[in-house]
Each structure stands twice: as C-alpha cells, then as structure tokens.
Design a protein around this ligand. Structure first.
Ligand SMILES: Cc1ncc(COP(=O)(O)O)c(C=O)c1O
Length: 309
C-alpha cells in the first residue's frame, strides 16, 4: 500500500500531494497543525489513535488565531484520520499530521483575504527521546516566544522556528533537549514538550500563561496522576533554579510520550536515575495509549477493523 495523504478534499498517494512554491503558508509560516500518535499494539494487530477529537478541538482553536476555516467538523476530521490510517496500513507506531494553512499562492504578509487549505498525512514514527534511560537537557539560551508575539497556545508552524533554534542548540551542545524560559525567566517548556517537576511528592508544571502549548499529554498526565495515584498537580510559575533542586523531572508530548529527565545543565535531577513517580506515571500512560486500560478506552480510537481483541 503506498502511503496516502488527504489533500484538497480527497485521498491521494502521498507522492501526489504537492503545494506550489508561492503558497502563503510556505513563505510566511501561516499554518497551524497537530500531531496525533497511532500506537501499534502487535498482539491485537490494532492501531490505537490517541485522543483524536481533543487534537481537533485544539486545531480549531489554533485556526481561530490565524483566521483559518476548515470545512469539516471535529467528527468528520476524526473519521478522515481513521480512514487515512486504514489506507496507509502501517504496522508500527505512526505520527499523523493534520495541517490547516493559508493556501493562496500570493505575495503579501497578512491573514485576511486568503484561501485556506487542509491536509493530512501519516508517517512511521518511533521514540523521539529516550523514554527508558531518560534525557539530559539544558536550559536554552533562546527564550520562549511570548503570547503577544506569536501565541504558543496555538500550534502555528512559524512559531516552531523558536523550537528549532532551541532543539539544535541543545543537540549541538550534546543534550537531548532544550528547556526554554519565558521572557521574565520562568520555566516554560521543552522545544516540543511540556515539563513537569516532582517536588515533595506533588507535581508542579508551568501554567498556560507561561507561554506553553497546552499539551494533551500534559492533560493526560495531570488526570492520571490525580485519578490513579492521588497526586495533585500545581500549575504555577517555576523558577529557573527549581530545575536544579526538584526531586524528579519529566517531559510530556505526543512525540516524547512521558520522558524522564535525568540531568539538567550537568546537574543530576534527584538521584540522576528515572524518578519513582515519573516511572509510575509512565507505566500508566503507556498502558492507556495502547488501549490496555479499559477505564480510559474512550481516549483510544482503534483504526483497524480486523483487529484481534
Ligand atoms: C511546543 C510544544 N509543547 C508541548 C507539546 C506537547 O503537546 P501534546 O502533548 O499535545 O503533544 C508539543 C507537542 O505537540 C509542542 O510542540
């Protein structure tokens, strides 16, 4: 089966889904996107798509910021996503990318009087960071872009230059990930992940007002911590130095899952090993995304019809 894309209102082979070089979004970063994981469960021969509707709710919010109209409902988009997964037929973990964009082939920086497009593609996607041993991170020299510059609560393609600068700086300095601070020096998030600290047995994470993308994995972890472990999460601004004194730290994201952070700026986090609460949350999370925990099965959409149950 060739990989397929949903492009200009229909499914086509991925190789045929092309945009022109004058496309507004390509020139000016005027697109919004999502990343949805399909988690392959070998023994059931099933692909579980995680929190699909929630990703589309967030996409619609991002669209409002960039004045993009999508001619579909959340339900229709969820159905198209399932169909795309079925058509592609991958038998490994995948990443599905919905993208809504300013599609006019016109020069001129603006959001108004432009046509909108929507597309969808899927690609095989294994682990993004080391979820087993954990990640060594640094505090980035790049600051997180502010809500009044380009709003990070909207997943805008152009905003990701900020993330790319931080990620490559971290990589070139020998770290797995960079942690960005806000303009006033508080912890914001990783280049593609939200961040949590464990302090005295409770979770602490930056609030939405500290220029984070309000992550779906973040929400999943907050709920699992409360409902399964009885651990509350405090959303508050975090000082730079709390990164060095926390008992545990982990990153959350569709790509990164729940990734333990074992070192920050050459300082061990806690013991320098994967933290106990982090591990418990990670185990719970992996069961949930693979459809193994019946309580949270509504978060998982089985994409393949002929699944062994
Ligand atoms: C900048 C940024 N923060 C946080 C996240 C985590 O969000 P989610 O858990 O919804 O994937 C992502 C990934 O999409 C991201 O790109």
């Amino acid at each position: 089966m060739p990989p397929y894309a949903f492009f200009n209102g229909k499914f086509v082979p991925l190789s045929e889904a092309k945009i022109g070089i004058m496309t507004h979004a390509f020139n000016y970063g005027t697109a919004v996107f999502e990343g949805i994981r399909g988690n392959w469960r070998e023994e059931q021969e099933q692909m579980y798509l995680f929190r699909v509707a929630d990703h589309y709710q967030r996409l619609f919010k991002s669209c409002r910021v960039l004045k993009i109209e999508i001619p579909h409902t959340v339900d229709e988009l969820s159905g198209l996503t399932v169909e795309l997964a079925q058509r592609c037929g991958y038998r490994e973990d995948i990443y599905i990318r919905p993208l809504a964009y300013k599609s006019s082939e016109e020069v001129g920086v603006r959001l108004h009087n432009l046509k909108d497009g929507f597309l969808l593609f899927a690609t095989p996607f294994g682990p993004y960071l080391d979820v087993t041993k954990g990640a060594k991170c640094c505090v980035s020299s790049w600051r997180r872009i502010d809500d009044n510059m380009i709003p990070p609560r909207a997943k805008i393609t152009g905003l990701y230059v900020n993330s790319a600068l931080a990620k490559t700086e971290a990589f070139e300095n020998g770290f797995a990930e960079g942690i960005l601070l806000t303009q006033d020096g508080h912890v914001s998030e990783g280049s593609g992940e939200n961040i949590f600290l464990v302090i005295d047995g409770t979770l602490v994470t930056p609030p939405s007002s500290d220029n984070i993308l309000i992550g779906i994995t973040r929400d999943t972890v907050i709920k699992l911590a409360k409902w399964e472990l009885g651990i509350e999460t405090t959303e508050r601004s975090i000082d730079h130095s709390e990164l060095y004194t926390a008992d545990e730290c982990f990153l959350t994201g569709t790509a990164a899952h729940v990734t333990p952070v074992t070192e920050i700026d050459h300082r061990k986090v806690g013991s320098g090993k994967v933290g106990e609460i982090t591990k418990r949350l990670q185990d719970l999370y992996f069961d949930v995304i693979l459809g193994k925990n019946k309580k949270y099965i509504d978060w998982c959409t089985p994409a393949y019809k002929l699944a062994k149950v």
